[in-house]
Design a protein around this ligand. Structure first.
Ligand SMILES: Nc1nc2c(ncn2[C@@H]2O[C@H](COP(=O)(O)OP(=O)(O)OP(=O)(O)O)[C@@H](O)[C@H]2O)c(=O)[nH]1
Ligand SMILES: [Mg+2]
Length: 316
């Protein structure tokens, strides 16, 4: 008897994993029953978001964290969302090289996904990648993103805890603001502390965190690391696990997961409506000449409303 896709995933069949991941990435995965089944097998993993500006050392840190997870016999999946923009090209290859030492370890699965040209679907796809890895039995799923933009924030919001990685040069408020979703950080890392200014950056960050965010459940800790040599990484490991335990005990994790669920529902409604909208108007696309006819005196909002009001959503 041939195995179902879910069975192959559960057996950690690497070919089945990468095939399904590619189908998800290329939008050729349309089997809703499979997606449904996948979800029900994806509820046992801990999801950790690791975010921070390009080049801060996220992948290097993750590589060292994987070592610690493996020493403690935990399996790990990583979904890296690479900007692959003209400004930071090569990240994908970089990640592969930096985490290469785990390539032959069947308890580790690494997947990079380019974010270029992908808007609405990016968060959904990353979540599905996480579900696939979870279905293969990975106990820890790490999402790596540069944390900028709506889709990336949506990915991070779906993690159980979020670690924000900064560098010593990020030592002022403006830099913190630029560093991505600081407000979702549960744990902060000042990496590259082999360089000058790490202690100072940590102090400034500590002040900034105390002053700027009142709605936090707790004051996040700040850890200095040199990911390239591994210094401080054990502390990141320990504190992340402690934090997860703490959140579990206090019931906060359960609440966060409810929020994650709602976020995914909200994202899915938006994505599907947008897709149905454009599918229902095959003669239109964003660059359409037809749309530009509205530009002749009508506001973009009234043009949008006109289009939406004339909409026939397909009910398939
Ligand atoms: N000096 C120093 N360099 C580091 C440290 N950690 C990482 N690096 C170097 O910084 C560069 C970027 O590291 P990555 O781990 O790729 O950073 P990243 O945040 O994953 O980068 P993107 O995924 O491209 O955003 C690499 O050349 C690393 O070797 C550190 O603690 N100290
Ligand atoms: Mg990276």
């Amino acid at each position: 008897m041939t195995k179902t896709v879910i069975e192959s995933l559960q057996e950690n069949d690497v070919k089945a994993i990468s095939r399904l991941m590619s189908a998800v990435e290329n939008d050729s995965q349309t089997d809703e029953t499979l997606i449904e089944e996948l979800y029900s097998h994806s509820l046992n993993s801990i999801r950790i978001g690791i975010t921070g500006p390009p080049g801060a050392g996220k992948s290097t840190l993750i590589d060292k964290l994987i070592e610690l997870f493996r020493k403690n016999e935990k399996t790990v999946g990583v979904v890296s969302v690479d900007p692959t923009s003209p400004f930071s090209g090569g990240a994908l290859l970089g990640d592969r090289i930096r985490m290469n030492q785990h390539a032959l370890d069947t308890g580790v699965y690494l997947r990079s996904m380019g974010s270029r040209g992908m808007t609405g679907g990016l968060a959904r796809k990353s979540h599905l990648m996480g579900d696939i890895l979870s279905c293969t039995g990975k106990e820890i799923i790490i999402f790596e993103t540069i944390g900028v933009g709506q889709a990336e924030t949506e990915i991070i919001k779906n993690a159980d805890i979020t670690v924000v990685v900064l560098v010593p040069e990020a030592g002022d408020e403006v830099q913190f603001m630029k560093a991505g979703p600081i407000e979702v950080g549960d744990l902060f890392v000042v990496n590259k502390s082999d360089r000058d200014g790490a202690g100072r950056a940590a102090e400034l960050l500590s002040d900034y965190l105390k002053d700027s965010v009142e709605s936090r459940e707790f004051t996040p800790e700040i850890i200095l690391t040199t990911a390239s040599s591994g210094e401080g990484v054990a502390d990141v490991y320990k504190k992340s696990l402690n934090l997860i335990l703490q959140l579990q005990k206090s019931g906060t994790l359960e609440k966060r997961r409810e929020k994650q669920y709602l976020n995914r529902v909200r994202g899915a409604v938006r994505d599907e409506l947008v897709q149905r909208f454009w599918n229902s108007q095959p003669e239109l696309d964003f660059d359409s000449e037809i749309l530009l006819q509205f530009a002749n005196g009508q506001s973009p909002y009234s043009a949008a409303r006109y289009l939406i009001n004339s909409l026939k959503l397909n009910h398939d």
